[in-house]
Design a protein around this ligand. Sequence first.
Ligand SMILES: Cc1cc2nc3c(=O)[nH]c(=O)nc-3n(C[C@H](O)[C@H](O)[C@H](O)COP(=O)(O)OP(=O)(O)OC[C@H]3O[C@@H](n4cnc5c(N)ncnc54)[C@H](O)[C@@H]3O)c2cc1C
Length: 461
Amino acid sequence: MPLTNAKLTPLWWDGLDLRPKRAPLPGDRQVDVAIIGAGFTGLWTAYYLAGLEPTLHIAVLERQHVGYGASGRNGGWCHAAYPLGLTMLVKDFGPQRGAEFERALNGAVAEVGRVTAAEDIACHYQRGGRILVARNPLHLARAREEAEEYRSFGFSEEDMRFLSADEASEMVGADGVIGGTYSPHAASLQPAALATGLADACERRGVRIYESTTVDSFAPCAVRTDRGLVTARHVIRATEAYTPQFGNVRRKIAPLYSHMIATEPLPEEVWAELGLHDRPTFADYSPSLIYGQRTHDGRLAFGGRGAPYHWRSGVADQFDNNDAVHMDLVRVLRDFFPAVESAEVTHRWGGPLGVSRDWRPSVTYSPETGLGFAGGYVGEGVAASNLAGRTLADLMLGRDTELTHLGWVNHAWRDWEPEPLRYVGINAGLWLAKSADRAERRSGKDSWLGNVGDWLRGKRG
Ligand SMILES: Cc1cc2nc3c(=O)[nH]c(=O)nc-3n(C[C@H](O)[C@H](O)[C@H](O)COP(=O)(O)OP(=O)(O)OC[C@H]3O[C@@H](n4cnc5c(N)ncnc54)[C@H](O)[C@@H]3O)c2cc1C
């Protein structure tokens, strides 16, 4: 699987005219709501707000083009996931509110499907569920533990079930599968197509989207851009990994990079071996985070984390491609599916995702200042941003709904440490996670390094 001929842009951008095609802000404007960033968070917020209150003037301000950020680059896993898992979710909010939150995330997966159908968004949404395979005894123990965890918090087999070796390998023809888990609360989709389709749907509802418009700073009722000043009663920051550029919120989010590769379309005889017939999203139970999907046109799109954190929360186009991480992804994919050995890698890319100091996401809005934001999804934002958008819309309109009582509403985390502590701390954590993964792959045994990594991320309380 050579990388040499791979295009250095996301597979998802092929065939979509993603260059800025909407006009920039034409000078100073007064609106009701100004939203910074045209990724999923900004677009879902605008979409629901315009649906609930069609008379509002809503402006979305985007520096590049719709779907330029993580929303147009991700693995297309639309699934219900709290970054630290169900146990921490229940620990954070209690058994009842934790389970409510999990159900709301599950509902977001269905809601994305409902809207894509209603708005005729051709993003190849397929509700094939999520399968995590176990490929060694340690994975298997984690799979059992996760299935039991769901049972203990009142979820049924309909929400998450343990799979025998036969069941799991029937679904995913990966090498050495000895079991796994299956959750129906996940869909595969083409993320950039969702972002562009959603932007069109927003415009049909009267939302104005201005591309090639850089926000330089924001404050209550005022957003300064390179094209003029926008005054607005409500100002929503939807800039996730790009947040540290703004002086007033510089240490709220740390950007981490995730990278992906995509193969050429694979022949039917290879798919007969690999399975993934209903296009489930898939991964395994190793400590390093990997994610894959079978695309609608028969490719494998496969990603993982592992790139270093960049000094002073740096985000730049040159970080999108990382030879070492892409080579590692090829190695892991080959190990997973030996049948793809000779397949060509046609695309490789990467992008930044946003991590909060306590690895928990938040939807925050202040009626006093009119300022709000949603983010800190830690790479789990495809479905969560839909829930966040609906919640922000309710909060801005002062609606008292089930959503506005969810545990993440107005969750505040502390700032990341100043540099150089941030650089040293985050990269040490990433190194630990990577070393734990390597040690585990070598020995098939749990590693103390993994426990330290989990503890640093707050996963072990
Ligand atoms: C490679 C990769 C794989 C991932 N895989 C998955 C997955 O499979 N499933 C999942 O749930 N999550 C995944 N994620 C995370 C997910 O994509 C994000 O959580 C989600 O897209 C965040 O959406 P957002 O709208 O908050 O941010 P973004 O999509 O990053 O949008 C922010 C926008 O703000 C704009 N902007 C920045 N600065 C300014 C400025 N000054 N002025 C105006 N506009 C500005 C940017 O150009 C960008 O368009 C992945 C992320 C990456 C990078």
